[in-house]
Ligand binder design. Structure first.
Ligand code: C5P
Length: 221
């Protein structure tokens, strides 16, 4: 039935902001609560899918029935995805992956008494970029959706990322106003497609947006 339209499909959802270690007690991360990703995992379960939720520590309770995989860094998330994706039917990449990480992780806690301390950063792996390059080796993987959180030139920047990362759909998130986006329960977005089409999603609950995102998977199967 329509209610179970993802029955038998394995959907991998990523959520949360990656944590890039500085030393044993500190890390660099970004402003992501994980709420939208967890809501997507729930919506996929509701549509009958088998769901793997690859998430950083968020403090949110994982939806009942999903397989939760806890990761911290971008590198760890990438390794997990590369292992699991060949057996998946779709990827929804909602995680806020850090763009930079400390070049060296200090094995000991950096002491305040050491005074001024400079941390050199290096870029992390572009996980979706890597996946785009090896998609032909994963015939099961029918749909890859990504997110773009932009504070300006939303459509232009998100479209560029859609093309560069060879996505089937980009969810372009408007983070310019305080009622949507990070940490709150509501979101406003555009769905962008490779053929240039777009769909506007007005301000709505993250759970409702999650259902609309999951509904877009229908035509791939
Ligand atoms: O950070 P950015 O706006 O480029 O993220 C766009 C999309 O790419 C998101 O779906 C995010 O999860 C993904 N991403 C990634 N690897 C990165 C940075 C972002 O896969 N290093």
């Amino acid at each position: 039935s329509r209610d179970n339209y993802l029955k038998g499909k394995r959907i991998l959802v990523t959520a949360g902001g990656t944590q890039e270690a500085i030393d044993p007690v500190r890390f660099i991360t970004n402003r992501s609560s994980g709420k939208q990703g967890y809501a997507i995992a729930q919506a996929a379960l509701d549509a009958g899918a088998d769901v793997i939720l690859v998430t950083t520590p968020t403090g949110l309770e994982a939806p009942y029935g999903c397989e939760k995989v806890l990761v911290k860094s971008a590198e760890e998330m990438q390794n997990n995805l590369l292992d699991r994706l060949p057996d998946c039917d779709a990827l929804i990449m909602c995680a806020a992956v850090a763009d930079f990480r400390p070049k060296q992780i200090s094995q000991q806690k950096i002491k305040k008494s050491s005074g001024y301390h400079k941390i050199d950063l290096e870029p992390t792996e572009d996980i979706l970029g890597e996946i785009a390059g090896i998609r032909s080796s994963m015939p099961n993987l029918k749909a890859v959706f990504g997110f773009a959180a932009e504070s300006q030139d939303l459509i232009k920047n998100a479209s560029e990322k859609l093309n560069k990362k060879k996505l089937d759909m980009m969810i372009a998130n408007d983070i310019s106003s305080s009622d949507s986006g990070f940490e709150v329960d509501q979101n406003r977005a555009f769905f962008l497609f490779p053929d240039g089409n777009k769909k506007e999603m007005p301000l709505m609950e993250k759970s409702d947006l999650a259902e609309k995102i999951i509904a877009e998977l229908n035509r791939f199967f």
